[in-house]
Design a protein around this ligand. Sequence first.
Ligand code: FPP
Length: 253
Amino acid sequence: MSMKIPFFNYKQSKESFRYMEGHTPEHIAIIMDGNGRWARKRGLPRVAGHKEGISAVVKIVKAAVKCKVKILTLYTFSTENWKRPKTEVDVILRLPKEFLQVYLPELISNNVRIEAIGDMGKLPAHTREAIQYAIDRTRDNDGLQLNFALNYGSRNEILHAIKEMYADINEAKLSLDELDEQKFSKYLYTEGLPEPDLLIRTGGEKRLSNFLLWQLAYTEFWFTDVLWPDFSEKEFLHALEEYRQRKRRYGGI
Ligand code: FPP
């Protein structure tokens, strides 16, 4: 006789409990905050925190692959981040290339697909080219989709979408009467992606900072004071555990 094993079987080892499938968020979005403070606490320049942030990205991508998360969207550089000193902007915009130069082979062997969202045209050529190369090399992978939000801002995205939609209306490819939320979503950079189930923000602040404003309408939020470079698999799994206990009602009862 087969016995039905309850999902929350606390008798199981912690590890096997944590990696159980089911109720794992399909799409997780992360605001990786706290790099500057991490560095300052150690008497280091802010950019040392951004570089250390790469190690946390590696750990969380591995954990997401293990947990069979389908999509991981990382807020890497916002449209507002241009206000930072040029030296810091230059360092942040070199991180994708530095990361991919080292980790692309491993990502490929783990069946990870790289994608990007944002106003990519305004990024330096070396950033765009490194990302495009990774997108092209991983196009056929069907494991974790790793999305880098680069020069991404939600208001910019919505305005861009409205302009594209307006052009389609002018060319009679779309009529105002048939416009609905689903059709509008197709004009966003996240076209074709399911909305995030879980948003994680590290670094203690509790705000969205112009990230995925449309897409987060019914997303569960999880905040932690842990600074991004210290964020590890342990905290990531903790977020997933708490997500599993939330009841999502989408406005219903
Ligand atoms: C916010 O912390 C962080 C950023 C603007 C940069 C995020 C980039 C990374 C974590 C590295 C990305 C890695 C790859 C692989 C591309 P902050 O500088 O605002 O921190 P603070 O609030 O402590 O000042």
